[in-house]
Design a binder for this molecule. Structure first.
Ligand SMILES: Nc1ncnc2c1ncn2[C@@H]1O[C@H](COP(=O)(O)OP(=O)(O)O)[C@@H](O)[C@H]1O
Ligand SMILES: [Mg+2]
Length: 449
């Protein structure tokens, strides 16, 4: 087994380390601020509660309250009185785990001249973040739980549901959940991926065809819509449906009949349409690629699944469940995840969401040995363990932690760190061309030479 990665990857300043340890010993999770409300010292306990290494010198108000419209704690600090509050756990932009922290500020120096502050931080154990399992979907995230409650409510009725979420975020599981909870659950679950077939094949798959409709149409063949009669029809990646088929689908929904390719007589059908897409349909409509009337028909009940990177607590939770599953297979038993591996997993963007997480863990399970899942066992794009590994990790750490960086700079740095500076792969990660990456880097004053 490889030696365990050191707990902290940022080269520690000896003073900082000394004060951090002293504070840990004395009070636990705490920040020390100067009169300008800049963080001058932070204990390791504070980093643990907040979930990231606290950057020194930055504004505490920004650190704790970000740029949320309501910042009672930031205001209280600025006004100079001691204050206690429960605030959302600060994190990266868009990071809405639903976790909360209790903060208490104590002014230093008496009277009108506050010389600084001690801010105590503590994790709040909310009931909100208890793990929940819903038809194969694990989560601690309040927004996911809200989606489950909506599913419970609408499953019993024949509402038309549109599920929106990135690839691998659980759309198909949600469609199954809707089916399982519907009065039609005895019927088959029919799914068709609108992105997987060329238009002409898709048309005949969906709507069916009659004998002689085209070369090779040797007999009348029902399509998925007809086969789904009495049950649900799951249209995956519905935004990819070509415009002319959108018109045909709209007619099915409006008239409750289907006309097979080459057919003359529409046949009555009774289907419940559940569709899914990773795209914003509204934007597709605005771009002229999707019919507005069909959008309104499909998204009677919209359900949105937040991406995994916005659910950091779910990364740990679901990773644990997947590891349990892998352990069942017997070749190896993983009992724990090293801190470095866990940190890398929390930092990763998971563009492939839970599917990517599952693949990464299967990889780690196969590649590594022993009872601890180490950083080096993870796929390179997650671990970024290249020869220049130490330096690369520092960049990644800084990219996540420095609140002064714009989100785009952070994303660029993060992508470069994860690919050990390989521009081609970084551009791919970002979904950009190499030239775009170069241009964006130059625009931000990053070394683009
Ligand atoms: N919240 C979750 N908990 C456990 N497994 C999940 C969760 N979300 C997705 N998965 C798993 O991730 C994979 C991708 O899910 P899927 O529903 O096919 O995503 P999508 O249809 O959005 O691409 C599947 O193996 C699924 O079981
Ligand atoms: Mg899918």
């Amino acid at each position: 087994m490889k030696p365990r990665a050191p707990r902290r990857t940022v080269a520690a300043d000896p003073d900082r380390e000394l004060f951090a340890q002293a504070l840990d010993e004395l009070v636990g999770a705490v920040l020390v601020l100067d009169d300008q409300l800049r963080v001058r010292a932070a204990s390791h306990g504070a980093a643990e509660v907040l979930g990231f290494e606290v950057p020194l010198g930055g504004s505490a108000a920004t650190l704790l309250c970000g740029d949320r419209p309501k910042r009672p704690f930031a205001e209280a600090l600025a006004s100079g009185v001691g204050f206690q509050a429960v605030i959302p756990r600060p994190g990266r932009p868009g990071d809405a785990s639903g976790e909360q922290v209790r903060v208490r500020s104590i002014p230093l120096g008496g009277g009108a001249t506050t010389q600084g502050w001690i801010v105590l931080v503590a994790a709040v154990a909310g009931d909100d973040d208890a793990p929940e399992l819903f038809h194969g979907l694990w989560t601690r995230d309040p927004r996911m739980k809200e989606a489950f409650r909506i599913i419970e409510k609408v499953a019993a009725e024949d509402f038309t549901v549109l599920i929106r979420g990135e690839t691998g975020s659980g759309k198909e599981l949600v469609a199954h959940a809707l089916h399982a909870r519907s009065p039609r659950h005895a019927g088959p679950f029919r799914a068709i991926n609108c992105a997987a077939l060329p238009a002409n094949l898709l048309e005949s798959e969906l709507f069916g065809h009659v004998r002689g409709a085209f070369t090779g149409a040797i007999k009348d063949t029902p399509g998925h819509i007809q086969l789904a009669d009495g049950g649900p029809l799951f249209l995956d990646e519905v935004a990819e449906l070509p415009l002319e088929l959108q018109a045909k689908l709209l007619r099915v929904i409006e008239t409750r009949t289907v006309l097979p390719v080459g057919g003359r007589d529409p046949m009555p059908v009774d289907v419940r349409v559940v569709s899914a897409t990773h795209r914003a349909l509204r934007a597709e409509v605005a771009a002229g690629r999707f019919r507005a009337d069909l959008m309104y028909r499909l998204r009677v009940i919209p359900i949105r699944l937040p991406p995994l990177r916005e659910r950091p607590a779910d990364v740990r939770l679901i990773a644990g469940k997947i590891i349990d599953e892998l352990n069942q297979r017997g070749r190896r038993r993983i009992e724990s995840i090293s801190l470095a591996a866990e940190a890398a997993m929390e930092r990763h963007e998971w563009l492939g969401n839970v599917r990517e997480l599952r693949n990464a863990l299967s990889y780690a399970f196969a590649i590594g040995e022993g009872s601890v899942l180490e950083l080096g066992h993870l796929p390179p794009e997650i671990a970024a363990t290249d020869p220049g590994g130490a330096e690369v990790t520092v960049v990644a750490e800084a990219a996540v932690l420095d609140p002064e960086l714009t989100p785009e700079v952070r994303r660029i740095r993060d992508a470069l760190a994860r690919t050990a500076g390989n521009r081609d792969r970084a551009a791919k990660l970002l979904g950009w061309s190499r030239v775009t990456l170069w241009r964006r880097m130059r625009a931000h004053g990053l070394d683009a030479s």
